[in-house]
Design a protein around this ligand. Structure first.
Ligand code: 5GP
Ligand code: MN
Length: 362
């Protein structure tokens, strides 16, 4: 038996060590998760609307982990995801709420545990928002966006993380199951980390991210093949559309800003398919001296203009999107929407820009 003096010191040292290892997830949360997962649950995993590589990769890896532990698990996506992600291991299990609302609602009603991945608020799930709010299940949030809502029994939120996939890797490690990572799980996690870090170049890419990625490769993730499947499977129409987008680019040198517009007619003329405009917004930032890049894409069916914002440096597009375009995200990557016409949206955008003259002007 240790005297109390040493016991307290041992506890203190253990806490520090745990804090360093487990960064943003505390011991109490880990023990809650352990006990939740020690009994059979009906689990549903949910990504955000228009899921990207990180959302799809994290939900699939978590699904594979949970089913590997013998849990009953489903993935319900609010809507479809791009074709360039449709090769990801086990992606065929993903249920599409838009296509099968009845079935998805039934599964959600029976859920005892719901993991919400890569988003910070139910409003990010489109038509799934209502059914999620009505659910009596316990919620677990794993996410790296700013301002997380308070709906979960366990909130694992860390805005410094490169991706939700990096967090799912940590999550599995925290639960002491790192050894159970299979090639399929590694492939899904690698894909999400790669896409959310712009191929390991954004600021959130840490040395830890690289260590995780190295481990994923050791576990069978074929990095070259994953890169090819995501980035080198373009259709001719996507590249033609990119040509239109780049031609439409407007440069506002005085605000170090570049923006692109794509109207529904331009999308139609180039046989637009979901995912075709992914990454277009980043081209603005490849111009020398530009720190703020935006793309406005008309969506006639939803009657909105979908907007993507990107920045380099300290200009927070999360704040800009929240304040002016009903959106949010991260400091350097955010999204939003406008319910007015393209012309009115652009007028509103240019007038909002003037409020940031101090931060943006040269
Ligand atoms: P993207 O521009 O690629 O759609 O999204 C960039 C980032 O902003 C992603 O992390 C995404 O989750 C977030 N985001 C995109 N659209 C919205 C939105 O309408 N609302 C909020 N809160 N975040 C968004
Ligand atoms: Mn993400």
């Amino acid at each position: 038996m240790l005297p109390l003096k040493y016991k307290n010191r041992a506890l203190w040292v253990t806490s520090i060590v745990y804090y360093c290892i487990f960064d943003r997830m505390n011991l109490e949360d880990i023990s809650t998760l352990r006990s939740l997962l020690s009994i059979p649950q009906n689990i549903v995993v949910v990504p955000h609307k228009n899921p990207d590589g990180d959302a799809v990769g994290s939900t699939l890896a978590l699904y594979l982990y949970l089913t590997g532990k013998g849990q009953k698990c489903s993935i319900i996506s609010p809507n479809d995801y791009p074709k360039f992600l449709k090769w990801m291991p086990s992606n065929e299990v993903i249920l599409n709420f838009e296509k099968a609302p009845g079935k998805c609602k039934r599964i959600l009603e029976e859920a005892t545990l719901v993991f919400t991945l890569d988003f910070n608020d139910f409003s990010r799930t489109g038509a799934l928002e209502g059914p999620l709010r009505e659910s009596n299940a316990d919620f677990i949030m794993i996410d790296h966006h700013q301002q997380p809502s308070d709906y979960a029994k366990v909130t694992y939120s860390d805005v410094e993380m490169s991706s939700t996939c990096e967090m799912v890797y940590n999550f599995i490690e925290y639960l002491g199951d790192a050894k159970t990572l299979t090639k399929s799980m590694a492939t899904n996690l690698y894909t999400g980390i790669m896409t959310d870090t712009g191929s390991f170049k954004y600021r959130s890419t840490s040395s830890k991210t690289h260590r995780i990625v190295a481990d994923l490769i050791d576990r069978g993730a074929e990095n070259m093949e994953i890169h090819r499947r995501v980035f080198d499977t373009n259709s001719p129409s996507r590249l033609h559309l990119l040509g239109v987008a780049l031609k439409n680019m407007v440069i506002l040198k005085e605000y170090r800003t570049a923006f692109i517009t794509l109207t529904q007619s331009e999308l139609d003329a180039n046989h637009f398919k979901k995912g075709d405009t992914e990454g277009f917004v980043n081209y603005g930032l490849t111009l020398e001296g530009i720190v703020f890049a935006v793309i406005f894409i008309e969506n006639r069916e939803e009657g909105i203009i979908k907007i993507s914002f990107r920045s380099v440096g300290s200009f927070s597009v999360n704040e800009f999107a929240r304040k002016h375009f009903n959106g949010g995200g991260h400091t350097n990557a955010a999204g939003g929407r406008s319910d007015t016409s393209m012309k009115e949206t652009l007028t509103a955008f240019q007038s909002a820009l003037t409020l940031y003259k101090n931060q943006l002007a040269v």
